[in-house]
Design a protein around this ligand. Structure first.
Ligand code: BGC
Length: 571
């Protein structure tokens, strides 16, 4: 770990390092080039570079497939921790140990999201400083601590503390796992990963709901401690699993570890280091890293050789860029989309489904929990079409359709609850109709605002500021998630049917917002995005990038000899 940390120096230091290393390794490089010149000028075709995409692509390459499954563990943890609390809150032994009022209930749920919000911000710093892989390990260690505090909670402070600490970890993981994943994947499966991540979240929620259902009948504290403790297993699998995966080649390159980057690429692609595909990818990564440095040199010449302070100022400048005309419009759209995703009321259901089902007439402990388990199933099943067909229908159409039917569901539930909430025993059928509309609502969220809430922000920003922009939109999601977690229990207790009127209002608003303000992004390239949003930055970036790519292709060769030498020594 320390080698990585030691090498993660400031941009200024990196520049100096590069200069020094250039002199030391120049002659080696020349040797490498001489030895590998037969492959250097063969640029693989697009067909050679891009294998099969989607499921086929995953199955075709077991190592990449394992990586995709592994990435899903991050999402699984995200979903499990979000989902598990809903059932726990209504378990008799939990309620006896922690007799919470509605505000405290809201706080137990929402403090996790507050932690996530903070964790998502920190993740970026650690991901650059100690590397993606060790940031995942760090996230897992924090998670294990938080989960143990929750499962072993002796008083309410333990529980709050445990939820917050777990949130920090999930915030870190929700940011760094997809980042790491996308950096080790070949391009052809990168796109499907965002929808796959959403799928994993829903599977995590589903598992947690059914575990809650299964343990709810245990007649002791084990009923609620066990589901909270079981998270430790997923955390451990994630923490141990990551050790079998390599460092991100892009991160290695940004630390000037060019040989290591080549070694990792060769292992990931299961091809020799001098294979044209590996060489081309190595050059592409090098060009991207060079591109970032060039942009920094252009924009912040005064900070370049200024050590840690310079790096801090450059980082700050990146955030300032987000407020430029053209980019700000995208930032606003991305944040608004995340805001509306949460204000559909999805997590009012995910976190409080059993409480909500009780409030629409289902009685006992197991019936509401069973009904909640079905929420999980509907959520997973209806996410599948998104994974398979998202790209065939425009984003706008799917968002409009989802908002329309979610609004209808809320309105119908509001009417039923408003009319019959004072006498459910006499209106059992009406209660079940309301339950059916909760499922209909979930189904309409699952194929639309769930996945697109994450997909849209990932495709509207120019490459250079994408990570920073997404950290802002992601944190907007967690902040709104926190607010919903906090306000739902008091709303159900005091506003009653008004809760659904509240969410119906937002779903109607978001329908018109999409209709009038959200441009279609399906099938648009990065350069097209400029026209869509009236900005020039992506065109400039694209020109600079192709110039750097040409330069790298002409003058840079992967350090094949060194890597091969090491292999020969091992054999
Ligand atoms: C949302 C989560 C939500 C989940 C439900 C995600 O897209 O961001 O807050 O709990 O979908 O499936």
């Amino acid at each position: 770990m320390d080698t990585e940390a030691e090498r993660s120096n400031s941009v200024g230091d990196q520049e100096k390092d590069t200069a020094q290393q250039t002199t030391v390794t120049e002659s080696n490089k020349l040797d490498d080039r001489a030895e590998t010149s037969h492959i250097d000028h063969h640029k693989p075709t697009v067909e050679e570079m891009e294998g099969a995409g989607g499921l086929k692509g995953l199955i075709a390459n077991p190592f990449v497939f394992a990586t995709a499954v592994f990435a899903s563990l991050g999402g699984l943890l995200f979903g499990y921790d979000q989902g598990v609390i809903s059932g726990v809150l209504v378990m008799p032994h939990f309620m006896a140990t922690f007799p919470l009022n509605p505000t405290e209930k809201g706080f137990v749920v929402a403090i996790l999201e507050l932690g996530c919000w903070a964790g998502a911000w920190f993740a970026g710093y650690f991901a650059d400083k100690i590397g993606r892989k060790f940031t995942i390990v760090l996230g897992t260690i924090i998670f294990l601590l938080g989960a143990s505090l929750q499962a072993g909670a002796q008083n309410i402070s333990f529980l709050f503390g445990g939820r917050f600490v777990c949130g920090l970890a999930i915030g870190i993981l929700s940011m760094v796992v997809p980042l790491y994943q996308s950096e080790i994947s070949p391009p052809e499966i990168r796109g499907s990963l965002v929808a796959l991540q959403q799928f994993a979240i829903t599977v995590g929620i589903l598992i947690s709901f059914w575990i809650d259902y299964g343990t709810s009948t245990i007649d002791s504290d084990v009923s609620w401690r066990l589901p909270l403790a079981l998270q430790l297993i997923i955390g451990l699998i994630l923490g141990i699993g990551i050790l079998f995966f390599p460092f991100s080649p892009r991160w290695l390159m940004s630390q000037n570890r060019e040989e290591d980057a080549l070694r990792v690429l060769s292992r990931l692609r299961r091809l020799p280091p001098d294979h044209p595909i590996v060489a081309e990818e190595w050059r592409e990564i090098k060009a991207t890293v060079e591109f970032d440095r060039q942009i920094e040199r252009e924009k912040y010449p005064q900070h370049i050789n200024n050590g840690a302070k310079g790096r801090f100022m450059i980082g700050l400048g990146g955030y300032r860029d987000l407020f430029r005309k053209g980019i700000f419009k995208r930032l606003w759209l991305g944040c608004a989309l995340q805001f509306f995703q949460q204000f559909t009321g999805i997590n009012a259901i995910i976190y409080y489904a059993p409480t909500i089902f009780q409030s629409i007439g289902l009685s006992g402990t197991s019936v509401p929990l069973l009904a909640t388990g079905i929420v999980g199933v509907v959520n997973v099943v209806c996410t599948i079409p998104a994974v398979l067909f998202l790209d065939q229908f425009g984003r706008r159409n799917i968002l409009l359709c989802g908002a329309f039917f979610m609004a209808i569901s809320h309105i119908i539930i509001a009417i039923i609850v408003g009319l019959f909430e004072d006498n459910w025993p006499a209106h059992k059928t009406e209660g079940w109709v309301a339950v059916a509309f909760v499922y209909f609502f979930i189904a309409n969220f699952a194929y639309s605002w769930g996945p697109i809430g994450w997909v849209y922000p990932s495709e509207i920003f120019p490459l250079r500021i994408r990570a920073k922009a997404m950290s802002v939109t992601t944190s907007a999601n967690w902040m709104c998630n926190f607010i919903i977690g906090l306000i739902t229990p008091p709303m159900i207790a005091t506003l009653r049917f008004g809760t659904y009127v509240f969410f119906a209002t937002f779903t109607v608003l978001m329908f018109f917002w999409v209709l009038f303000f959200v441009p279609e992004t399906k099938g648009r390239s990065l350069e097209d995005m400029d026209q869509v949003f009236g900005d020039k930055s992506a065109v400039h970036d694209a020109e600079l990038m192709s110039h750097i790519q040409a330069q790298v292709h002409e003058h840079e060769a992967p350090p094949v000899a060194a890597v091969k030498q090491e292999r020969d020594n091992l054999e």
